[in-house]
Structure formats: structure tokens, C-alpha cells
Design a protein around this ligand. Sequence first.
Ligand code: ZN
Length: 497
Amino acid sequence: MNTLAAYTQHLHEMNILSSALSLIGWDQETHMPPRGIGFRSQVMGRLTKNLFELTVSPELGTLLEQLEADDSLSLEQKASVRDIGKQYRRRKAIPPALIEEQAETQSQAQAAWAEARKKSDFSIFEPLLVQMVDYARTFADYFGYEDHPYDGLLEEYEPGMTVTKLQGIIGPLREQLVPFLKQLMEEGTAPDTSPICGHFDVPTQRILARRALETVLYDFDAGALDDVAHPFSTAIAFDDVRVTNRYLEDHITSGLFGALHEGGHALYGQGMPEELYQLRLSGGASNGMHESQSRTIENQLGRSLPFWKHFQPILAEVFPQFRDVSPEALYAAVNEVTPSFIRVEADEVTYNLHIMLRAELEAELVAGELQVKDLPGRWNQAMEEYLGITPPNDALGVLQDVHWSVGYYGYFPSYMLGNLYASQLAVQTWVDIPDLDEQIASGNIKALIDWLIENVHRVGGVYQPDELMRRVTGEPLDSSHFVRYVKTKYSEIYGLS
Ligand code: ZN
């Protein structure tokens, strides 16, 4: 067998294990009965170990070495070798004993975090957080970096991103967003949210979520929609990309926009050719780029007036009480801005402020510039500066996210980058399709989805995020597109002159 065929076969073996892991992970969150967890943990542990061994196997190392020197590879094959090679080196960089040690601490940290959050007592989590931050710093040293240890961690989620680049994005963004939020709250008129208030039974909301996913052309022949406590989307395999969702009886928007958000992630997976799945490039260009696709469907489309012109009759069909509510009233109601303590409930204007706060504190923790004991105080101070509110307790503050207890250091910026990518991509979409608003309002959502497939989905992880942005929009990431988008949209909704 030649080298390329052996490499493809190796990836095929990895795909088989990944697919099995995704499927049982999905099952664990959706349908598994509580007592199933006992043996399931063993199955998970075994398959995870097997996949890890394939990721760092000496055979793969040899194949990568040969393929990295092979000029005859296609663009897609080269990208695969680049990503698999990077993963190989990063996974091999950490001594196995340290991985095991960190995994043990992590399970303790997660339990401590859950208890600390429940009791709103940071001191329960503090000693474990100290250890988790130490591991993050040690891992960063093993991964290697040029300027800042946080760079070594960012690379896992957002290839090419660095602290210096992040600061260049966050600084100007904050300078614009903080005063704009203040102006909205002080001078603006908040939209009337009464049209979307009420009690909405869950079985009917499930139907609505399905109709919403059909509206954005999510393919149910290659997907599924199931209930879950914490929504996610997951690619089980090529042609099997699933969405999960949850519903709150008193908040119809939670289930609706949750479905659109996860549907946006899933559309990214469904829009890729099979070859990219085989080459393990179907995870997309980066976490941030993945988030941009969910935000495009949830916000750029789902929270736009043209969408509501099309979707109002569908909503009224499912919930007849909306028959006499205008698309304009619905559009205003779903775009209320409220500075809140909780990130996951944040609106388009405040969301990025929540993220920059986390990114800054996280980078300082990893660099040792901020001590864990000082974290709650710094958190509350930043909340006051950015959002003008101070959390009444740590459960509503520094303890709200799971990320630091499970070791996801460097992940948070992807959420913000997703919003920024989405705005910049949207500008280009509307340049390429000048009458897109009219098309969406008349129900031709396909025009938008086809554009996303052609420009973003089809190339999966072939290009790094920065290069993809340049190719599609002609320039690197520029946060001013996002600023213009929120200022224009929300000045109008809030009646600012
Ligand atoms: Zn997402």
C-alpha cells in the first residue's frame, strides 16, 4: 500500500472510533437511562483510549513525515496532513502520566465547581482551580508558544490566534460597545416584549423547532432533533449530523433560537463534501468559524426582520395566538438588550463583553499575572466596568461557566470571534446578493444557505480561519463590521437618533 493509501486507511480507523464516540456521547445526553452510566463509562473510556492511541501512533508519525515532504498532494490532502500533524505533535508533547494526572484532577475540579456553584462559595472550587490553571500553564509550555503562554492554548481552538491579535480585536471593540450599551440603556426605548410572553407547551414548541430547522433547510434525512439539558450539535458521521435542543415553558425564544443556533452548526457539517469527512477536515476551519455559522443562522438570519416576515405565518400556524402579531412586533420583541449576569442568556450587544472579560482574565491567570484568589474580585470589577452591573454572588458571577473546571482554557474567545466572523461574512453575503432581504422575506432562505455552502461549508477545514476570511471577504478579521451591525440595528430598534 502506498503512503497516501495507508494514511487514508489510518484516518478511516480514526473516523470509525470518532463516530462511535460521538454516537454514544449523543445517546448519553439524550436517551440513556440513568443507570446505564456504569458500563457506558467503561465503553467511553476504552474507545477514547483507542482513539488517542491512533492519534499518536508511531505508524501515523512515519506516514506524516513522508506526506509532509510530498509535493504531489492535493490542497485538501495537504490541509489534512497539516491538521493531523499538528494534533499528533500536540498530543505527543504531553507526557502520558501528566495527562492521566490532569484528568483525575479535572474530575475532582468539576465536582468541586458544581458544589461551589450550588452553594455560591468560591472557596470550595479555589484550590482545584489553582491546580487546573497550573496544568493549563504546564500544557502551554509543552505545546510551545512565542510570546504568551495563552497563545499555546488558543492554538487548539483558533489556529493562528494570539494574545496580541486578541488584544487588537478586544480593545477597539470594547471602546465602542461599552458606551453604546450605556447609551441604549439610558436614551433608548426598550422594545415591547409582551408579544412573546406567555406559556407555551413543550410538545408544540418541539414542532416549532422542527419547522424552524426545516425553514433553514436543515436536512432531516441526514440529521435528527432530540431533547437534552444542555443543547449541542454533533456530527456522528458524514450524512448524520444531529441537533439537540431544550425548551422552557415560559420562554418560547429559548427553544426557537436554540434550535436555530444548533441548526447553524449542523448546517456547516451537512454542507461539506464527503472527502473532507474522510480527511478529518469536517470539523470546520476553527471553533470560532463554527460559531460564526450558528450565529449566522441564529442572529443574522433568525433575529432579522426579513426572516420574521417569512416566519410569522409559520409561527402562527403552530401557535395560533400569534395570528395577529405583526412581523415587526416580533422582530422588536426578540431583540431586547439587557445587561445580565449570565453569559448564555446574553443578547447580541452584551454577549461579546461577557467573552472579553473571560478571555482577559483567563490569559492573565495562565500567565501568572492574576492569582486565583483575586479572581472573583476582578470578575466583579470587570462586570461593573463593561456591563454596569455587579453580580450579587459568585454563582451568578465567576462560578457560572463549566470551562475552567474541565480544562477548556483558550476556548472562550471562539464565541466572540464567531460573532465577529458572522458579521463580516454577512456584509459580503449581502454584497454578493443585493436583494437577499427581499428573497428571505419571500421565503427563499435557500439563497443564503447556498451562499454559506459555496463560500464556507464546502471548504470545511481546508483553510485556516484567517485565510478563509481573506478569501471570502477580501480582508482579515475586522471587528468594525460587527460594531456597525449592532449600532445600526439596535439604534433603530431602540429609537436612537
Ligand atoms: Zn455554538
